[in-house]
Design a protein. Structure first.
Length: 211
């Protein structure tokens, strides 16, 4: 038994609208370079930079204007299995994310570890990384992103018994400028359902994260 939940609220942009935005971004970045004092039109290494940068930012933010990847939900209740164990946590990770920080628009690069305890429904395994990567493809605040992942999976699996998430990422706005801490990571975690009550479940999840 298989059910498809198709889309997210945001509509995909038409090709024409995407092209209109790309061109506008290109013009704006030309002005940006000129304002910074660069004669970019006469520099062979910079003459195509506005085009490249426009494309790059659309790539970094594509989660914002593309629908959520289709999700496959499998119904376990139709399968004949004797209930000998109650909880089977499903762990996935590391899932690589490449994002942008909302504050500086500089890259965030990190890993996400995700675990959930199904009730009667499970997700297609590869869909979990796909959704997490899609959520990361927009400017984020790591604290909110962590909550957003939990919320998204909770919407997809309303009967889920528990969700755990751990995010470890380097923020370029901290490593290449400002405080210049190249080795510092930001770590966030969140627990929902059974994980909130059980220290054993939390410890079991965190033990699987070897980094
Ligand atoms: Zn930042």
């Amino acid at each position: 038994m298989e059910k498809l939940i198709k889309s997210w609220e945001n509509l995909p942009l038409t090709k024409e609208e995407l092209e209109r935005r790309r061109e506008k971004l290109e013009r704006l970045f030309e002005e940006f370079l000129t304002t910074l004092g660069f004669d970019w039109k006469n520099d062979p290494n910079m003459v195509d930079t506005p085009r490249r940068v426009a494309k790059m930012f659309l790539e970094f933010t594509e989660g914002n204007f593309t629908p959520m990847p289709p999700v496959t939900v499998f119904d376990l209740s139709s399968m004949e299995v004797d209930e000998v164990v109650e909880k089977v946590p499903v762990f996935v990770g590391p899932i690589e994310i490449k994002s942008l920080c909302s504050h500086h628009f500089l890259p965030i690069i990190g890993n996400v570890y995700f675990e959930y305890i199904p009730e009667d429904k499970v997700l297609g395994l590869s869909k979990i990384p796909r959704i997490i990567k899609w959520l990361a493809r927009r400017p984020i605040i790591q604290e909110l992103f962590t909550k957003q992942v939990v919320k998204t999976f909770l919407d997809l699996l309303p009967t889920v018994k528990g969700i755990a998430i751990y995010v470890k990422a380097k923020h370029m706005c901290m490593t290449v400028r400002g405080v210049n801490e190249s080795n510092a990571y930001m770590v966030t975690e969140a627990f929902y359902g059974l994980y909130e009550e059980s220290e054993d479940l939390r410890a079991n999840f965190l033990r699987k994260i070897k980094e």
